[in-house]
Design a protein around this ligand. Structure first.
Ligand SMILES: *Cc1c(COP(=O)(O)O)cnc(C)c1O
Length: 405
């Protein structure tokens, strides 16, 4: 008789955004005259830039012509895109990545959840706490996380590395050495990041312990400080221990267009097996490539024209981030992040829990944010605001925060 994958039955409900949605809908229904501003969304709002739209149109026309029509994409993605990635993302930063070390995909969410398939089922994973939930959920579905303990908000077999104001959001090496470490830098949700010398310590730790780092660099485009690495491969020895995930979602607004890539260096060998070969095999069997049209759009992102246009969008969001960060600090809030990432992480005032502050903010200021506890137990007492909103709304929201104190 058929049985289900029991690992799925162990997953707690994904209540965070549905609970937020319900509360906001109820509040709006009761207060139809109030203008509710959302600083809760983790999605971009600015449209695709003109240089990308032009490339999309041109590629659509190619698809309608027998001479230029394209079917299945080559394994790993079209060479025109992988070349642009190799030169512009890595070569320009002094990092030499081979074309056959780049695997184009439909985004970093799928890659970050699929990559765990390469590892044994008894490998222990370590994650920062708070964390982007995909890393844990994908391992839980594969049976690598143990059981979810409701009281602690933790999975029994996952190693949590708290990132709080107490350690300046720099995780300490865990007491138990894990096999796989997920690092997302700059970080969602805290908006903080590590300077390159701190990241180098993690690379050294991974090499000394023969473990693998899965490095999510989705927010790379938001880095503004000089001492922050844009790629983990800027650190010595990273090619022997790290897989890097990248996305076009946050730097070029591809959240609905879908494009990303993963770098698996050939020097990354585990148990005498090349992870590069394994990932090529995995993608070859389970993935049929990102659309030609979208890969052309991705190539266009690297053109000088699009670089200028997307840099303007990132600057637009980061102006919002600065307004929130400085406005809230002036209003007496303790704030973190927002310098190298489009997220501001704030300490809830007056010892309120994350959800208590959510309710207060909604009811007294008509603002929606995201409770920090939704990202992990160490997020309790914190709150996430995003810079992806409209400039005018962001200004208005900050004014309301001032009145709140
Ligand atoms: C938005 C985001 C991504 C990007 O996901 P896509 O599937 O490429 O849209 C990856 N990691 C984190 C932490 C994110 O917040």
């Amino acid at each position: 008789m058929v049985k289900v994958n029991e690992n799925y039955t162990r997953l707690p409900g994904s209540y965070l955004f549905s609970t937020i949605g319900k509360k906001v809908t109820a509040y709006k229904a009761e207060n139809p005259d109030k203008k509710v501003i959302s600083l809760g969304i983790g999605d971009v709002t600015q449209p695709l830039v003109p240089a990308v739209i032009k490339a999309l149109h041109a590629a659509v026309d190619e698809m309608g012509n027998a001479e230029t029509f394209k079917g299945y994409s080559p394994d790993g993605g079209y060479e025109f895109l992988r070349k642009a990635i190799k030169e512009k993302d890595y070569g320009a930063r002094g990092v030499d990545i081979g074309l056959d070390e780049i695997f184009v995909s439909d985004g970093a969410k799928s890659d970050s959840s699929n990559i765990q398939e390469l590892f044994a089922n008894n490998c222990r994973i370590a994650v920062c706490d708070p964390v982007y939930p995909v890393y844990i959920d994908s391992n839980a579905m594969a049976g690598r996380a143990g059981y979810y303990d409701k009281a602690s908000g933790k999975w029994t077999d996952v190693i949590y590395m708290p990132c709080t104001a107490e350690n300046d959001f720099v995780p300490a090496f865990p007491e138990t050495v894990p096999d796989i470490i997920y690092l997302c830098l700059p970080n969602n949700p805290t908006g903080t990041t590590l300077p390159k010398n701190e990241l180098q310590k993690w690379v050294d730790y991974a090499n000394e312990n023969k473990i693998v780092i899965i490095y999510d660099a989705a927010y790379e485009a938001y880095i503004s400080e000089e001492n922050v690495a844009h790629s983990i491969y800027e650190c010595d020895g990273a090619k022997e221990c790290a897989i890097e995930l990248r996305s076009f979602s946050k730097n070029a607004g591809f959240t609905g267009t879908r494009l990303g890539f993963t770098v698996v260096p050939k020097d990354l060998v585990v148990d005498g097996v090349s992870l590069n070969g394994m990932w090529a095999r995995r993608q070859g069997s389970k993935f049929n490539g990102a659309p030609y049209i979208v890969q052309r759009a991705g190539e266009a992102v690297y053109s000088d024209e699009a670089k200028r246009e997307t840099a303007e969008q990132v600057a637009y969001y980061m102006r919002n981030a600065k307004i929130i960060r400085e406005g809230l600090a002036n209003a007496g809030f303790t704030v973190y992040g927002g310098v190298n990432a489009p997220y501001i992480w704030l300490k809830t005032p007056d010892e309120l829990t994350s959800w208590e502050f959510f309710d207060k903010l909604l009811h007294e200021a008509d603002i929606v944010g995201t409770p920090g506890s939704g990202f992990g137990p160490s997020g309790e007492g914190y709150f996430r605001l995003t810079a992806f909103g409209k400039y005018e709304d962001t200004l208005e929201a900050v004014k309301r925060f001032e009145k709140l104190r």
